[in-house]
Ligand binder design. Structure first.
Ligand code: MTE
Ligand code: MO
Length: 511
């Protein structure tokens, strides 16, 4: 009845299938944590199931199982998956490719489940891919000795058994190691997430001012929600720091060293304001920019208490994950600039991925020279005396934000009706302010667009214009003018070393 090759007992193939399966699940789980995906693939599949299961079934389940319905469902998914993985091992005895069919089906379901979740990002497919690749590699590694035995026809030689046990041990140890890492890391993260949720900070949560929006459908929100705010960090595993464990040391070329706790920050006066943050790596027209309501403690007063020594011109900031940046001391001590140790973002405690519990925000400087997340150390020093993470890789030392602008409506390649059509987007020149925006249609002359209001000079400004469109293909360009009189240059430069320049231009058609 069974075509399993002579020699290796079927049980060995099944164990191989199970071990390879567990290793893949462990790798997938670890990848989920590292990528901060909100659910592991099995949990996502369970959720997908909940979403599509008929109502009566769900209600019965809730009746019978009560609040245990979700864990029971996840365990059920894992049992089914486990059974299929054992089966995949058995299939491997017949032909090397047969288990791949099982893996492909499971991987396909996992991919659909991960990508159809609310808030899914393309990278959320990586835990599935990592798991499937691990399944294939681990199964082939484990079944190698069994296959050799099947080919040689010598039943159960001691040599084969030792080889199989050794390989099983290796795969098992890796799976357990990753599982323990995932558990520990996951627990710490859950703990910090919980503490964060329970914090009762004196943050305000105002609505954006009334005049900041233009009336063009499709222009993004003026206030960027936390979940939609771009994220840039080099950390693979984001730091999870409990507020009670957080310390900030201010030292170096100062008269008095200061160490601050989270409570010390809460005991001080909070500064709050709208500030737009952007990344030096943002391409012209790119998405790496966001605008939020930040709450924190002004850094100029803290530095004044520490007393910077004459000759110092920089502050080297260090994150708990070891990332560093250098910020001009003048930008942090400037009473006219709202630089702060931020603890709140849009009226909530900072999200972990945006630097919880404390990060720096400095209006007018790119993030890579100023916006340290998970900040733990400020050393007052001289630019000549150190190299920060990015400046050591060829990026500019100072990093002031360059004036910029973006078209959001229409999209590149989009369509508009002929006749009068509304277009719009944003423009920014943090800490200088936007005086105006101009657009040029089809290479014609620049003409003024309307601009909405802004509560201060540190935020982006929405703009809009009405075009008169003939049928056919068109091109639109935008440029901003700063309150200092600077007109955004059309000279195209790459993001390296200190920010891209050039006008954002798009093509669209009118019909
Ligand atoms: N610890 C740490 N902080 C960091 C970075 C980083 O890699 N590590 N990247 C910086 C860069 S380049 C930018 S643009 C901003 C992005 O902040 P956000 O992720 O909250 O949008 O964080 C800055 N702070
Ligand atoms: Mo950045």
């Amino acid at each position: 009845m069974d075509t399993a090759p002579r020699g290796a007992p079927r049980g060995a193939w099944e164990i191989a299938g199970l071990l390879a399966g567990l290793a893949g699940l462990a790798v997938s789980h670890a990848a989920t944590l590292v990528l901060t995906s909100r659910a592991t693939p099995p949990v996502a599949v369970a959720e997908l199931f909940v979403q599509y299961v008929p109502g009566v079934v769900a209600e019965t389940a809730i009746d019978v199982l009560g609040r245990a319905d979700k864990p029971v469902l996840v365990v059920g998914v894992l049992l089914v998956v486990g059974g299929l993985l054992v089966y995949a091992g058995r299939l491997a005895a017949r032909a090397w490719w047969k288990p791949l069919v099982v893996y492909a089906v499971l991987g396909g379901i996992g991919t659909v489940a991960m990508l159809t979740r609310y808030d899914a990002r393309p990278v959320d497919v990586l835990p599935v891919i990592a798991g499937v690749v691990t399944w294939m590699v681990a199964l082939s590694f484990l079944t190698d000795p069994l296959r050799v035995e099947a080919a040689s026809g010598i039943p159960e030689s001691g040599h084969t058994r030792r080889g199989f046990l050794l390989r099983g041990g290796v795969v098992g140890a890796i799976a357990i190691g990753l599982g323990v890492f995932g558990e520990q890391f996951g627990r710490q993260r859950r703990r910090v997430e919980q503490t964060r949720a329970l914090l009762n900070l004196p943050l305000t949560r105002p609505r954006p001012p009334d005049d900041v929006r233009v009336d063009v459908d499709g222009v993004g929100p003026w206030q960027t929600p936390n979940a939609a705010f771009y994220q840039i960090h080099t950390a693979i595993v984001v730091p999870t720091i409990a507020p009670q464990d957080w310390r900030l040391r201010i030292h170096g070329m100062v008269e008095r060293e200061i160490t601050l706790t989270y409570q010390d920050l809460l005991d001080r006066e909070l500064a709050e304001d709208w500030i737009t943050l952007n990344c030096v790596s943002n391409q012209v027209g790119g998405p790496l920019i966001g605008n939020a309501w930040w709450s924190g403690v002004r850094i100029d007063t803290l530095l004044a208490e520490a007393g910077p020594a004459p000759g110092a011109d920089a502050v080297k900031q260090t994150s708990q994950d070891g990332w560093t940046c250098g910020t001009p001391l003048g930008a942090l001590t400037d009473p006219e600039r709202n630089a702060m140790l931020a603890i709140g973002m849009n009226g909530r405690p900072l999200p972990i991925t945006h630097g919880f519990p404390v990060r720096m925000i400095v209006p007018g400087l790119y993030g890579y020279v100023s916006a340290t997340k998970w900040l733990v150390d400020l050393e007052v020093t001289r630019f000549a005396d150190f190299e920060a993470y990015w400046t050591g890789k060829g990026w500019g030392e100072r990093g002031p934000v360059k004036i910029g602008s973006r078209i959001e409506v229409p999209r590149n390649g989009g369509d508009l009706p002929t006749g009068a059509a509304r277009v719009g987007g944003v423009a920014w020149a943090q800490h200088t302010g936007i005086a105006g925006v101009e657009v040029a249609l089809d290479g014609g002359g620049w003409r003024a667009a309307e601009i909405a209001g802004a509560p201060n000079d540190d935020t982006w400004v929405q703009w809009a214009a009405t075009l008169d469109l003939d049928e056919g293909d068109h091109e639109l360009r935008v440029r901003a003018i700063g309150k200092d009189g600077e007109t955004q240059t059309g000279v195209e430069r790459d993001v390296l070393p200190d920010g891209a320049t050039g006008w954002h231009g798009i093509s669209f058609s009118a019909s």
